[in-house]
Design a protein around this ligand. Structure first.
Ligand code: NI
Length: 187
């Protein structure tokens, strides 16, 4: 296993559209997933997409830590989980603001509006189908990671760049996101 180098904002791989994986069970993909898991754990991230480690393929992994749960039915704690060729469908018009960070944008975080409730499908690392409903942080992290596959970083999704800041400063000077738009994520 290897810890891979993470591309940072400004690297063109982060703006590229990633290609679908043809054979999720190939040795190369199995190795990529093992390395991405080790890299994500080492970096302390909640998720990682293959383009972030300079591989332009549609592979993401994520976890839903207990401390980020919003109490919604489909927001459950999930250990590091893999989705290959993910496809997202919003299940309502409702979107909410919540804080996000990204291993490719180190030191910063920003408030991003995301779909509150989504369906997503894809394959896991064993080639088995995934078919899930997600809400809250679970829905947020999936949308964030899948955006990487289409060349988007979270600042490009922000509507109010005054809510982009250094993590330390935003923790020192908390901004309350509007209650009706709050994700319930602790700032
Ligand atoms: Ni990211």
């Amino acid at each position: 296993m290897s810890i891979l180098k993470i591309a940072r904002m400004g690297h063109p791989i982060l703006r590229a559209i990633a290609a679908p994986v043809d054979d999720p069970m190939s040795p190369e993909i199995c190795q990529l997933i093992r390395d991405m898991m080790e890299t994500c754990e080492d970096a302390g991230g909640a998720g990682l997409a293959a383009p972030q480690v300079h591989v332009p393929l549609r592979v993401v992994l994520f976890k839903v830590p207990l401390e980020r749960l919003t109490g919604r039915e489909h927001d459950i704690a999930i250990d590091l989980s893999v989705v290959i060729n993910p496809v997202i469908t919003p299940l309502s018009d409702e979107r909410e603001l919540g804080w996000e960070g990204c291993l490719s944008v180190p030191g910063l975080r920003g408030a991003v509006r995301r779909w509150t409730r989504i369906h997503y499908a894809g394959l896991d690392q064993h080639g088995e189908p995934i078919d899930r409903i997600a809400e809250g942080f679970h829905a947020r992290v999936i949308q964030h990671e899948c955006d990487h596959l289409d060349g988007y970083l979270y600042p490009q999704r922000m509507e109010d760049l005054s809510l982009l800041g250094f993590v330390e400063e935003t923790l020192r000077h908390p901004v309350s996101l509007r209650p009706e738009a709050s994700s319930g994520v602790r700032p």
